[in-house]
Design a protein around this ligand. Structure first.
Ligand code: PHE
Length: 352
């Protein structure tokens, strides 16, 4: 019986290594290992055949056979590492960049409900020829009260719960406050320009207020002012009626009732008929069964206010109004707590 020759061992090694090169996964590598190095593997059988050789040939073939076995084992180990690494890299790339995944939606911002309603209000008046101006939130007592016919010690000051700022102008002992309304801009606008005037003033106001569902210590107002030769109460009514219809629907009716604000005469509050119960007023949460909803204060600019800014009250007349945009938004969108506007709860804000 003939045993393995150095040539047949060499051929076997070459074939095995050739196959090994083409293998690219651990399962096939294992099959390769069993086929050559396993108990019944080709190399194992060759090594067994060495025992049948003559003594001299056996030594030489034994050395060759052992060398062959080591070679295959080493190359198997190397190949196994290569295959594992390639597989890891491929998995990494696959998991990192799955081009089939849909894109991540980027969060889209939106306008705060107050901003939205402010824009709507400004658009409505803008279409009627009013331009938008803004004024300081920290204001002099002089503009917030005195120029508006509310002198120091006047009981009308009690209508505004005021946040005073701890600052006094040493030169004239005037004091500062967080403006309690946007009305001080009436005086500032008239001081710095001449009629005809048609402006609206959106802006933040502050009051020393215990908050509840309908009161905030900070909120917005939109002031309106129109002054010219020959402006009458009919202009006020027409303008505000048009506004109410633009914001709350063509079929709205309006109601004016006497009210008191020191800087207008006569002064009114304006209501719209309830759009929720259509003025029926039965079990209605929005108008509390009255059928009417108050939406703003207004009136003809007081002659003292006109005279205070140097206008001749015999020549010029005007009307002014002030409304609360949050209240308008609450009515329009059925929001029942004004504090929601500024508590930064995205669950609320995302609804608009
Ligand atoms: N400034 C008044 C308020 O805050 C509202 C108002 C403005 C009333 C203009 C009449 C005219 O209550």
């Amino acid at each position: 019986m003939t045993g393995p020759t150095s040539q047949s061992i060499d051929e076997l090694v070459q074939t095995a290594l050739g196959e090994l090169e083409g293998i690219d996964n651990p399962e096939s590598l294992d099959r390769w290992r069993v086929a050559y190095l396993g108990r019944r593997g080709s190399l194992t059988q060759v090594l067994r055949g060495i025992a049948q050789l003559d003594v001299e040939k056996r030594r030489e073939a034994g050395a060759l056979g052992n060398q062959a076995k080591r070679t295959l084992e080493e190359r198997l180990e190397q190949r196994l590492q290569q295959v594992n690494q390639t597989q890891q890299e491929q998995a990494f790339i696959r998991d990192q960049l799955d081009v089939t995944l849909p894109g991540r939606p980027s969060p889209i911002g939106r306008l705060h409900p107050t901003t939205q309603i402010l824009r709507e209000i400004c658009d409505a008046f803008g279409a009627m020829g009013f331009s938008v101006v803004e004024g300081p939130e920290v204001e002099w007592d002089h503009y917030n009260f005195e120029m508006l016919n509310i002198p120091k010690g006047h009981p009308a000051r009690d209508m505004w719960n005021t946040l005073w700022v701890d600052y006094q102008d040493p030169s004239n002992s005037r004091s500062m406050l967080m403006r309690t309304h946007t009305s001080p801009m009436q005086a500032r606008v008239m001081e710095s320009s001449q009629p005809p005037i048609r402006v609206i003033v959106p802006g933040k106001c502050y009051r020393y207020e215990a908050t509840d569902a309908t009161h905030e210590w900070h909120f917005y107002q939109v002031e309106g002012l129109a002054v010219d030769d020959g402006i009458t109460f009919a202009d006020l009514k027409g303008t505000l009626y048009e506004f109410a219809r633009r914001l709350f629907g063509e079929e709205r009716r309006v109601r004016f009732r006497c009210d008191y604000f020191p800087f207008v005469e006569p002064g009114v509050d304006m209501s719209i008929d309830c759009f929720a119960c259509k003025g029926e007023g039965k079990g209605c949460r929005i108008c509390r069964d009255s059928g009417w909803i108050e939406i703003m204060g207004a009136g003809m600019v007081h002659p003292k206010v006109l005279a205070g800014v140097g206008y001749d009250p015999e020549k010029y007349t005007g009307f002014a109004f002030g409304l609360g945009p949050e209240r308008i938004a609450m009515l329009k969108y059925g929001i029942d707590d004004i504090r929601l506007f500024y508590s930064n709860d995205l669950r609320f804000l995302r609804q608009f």
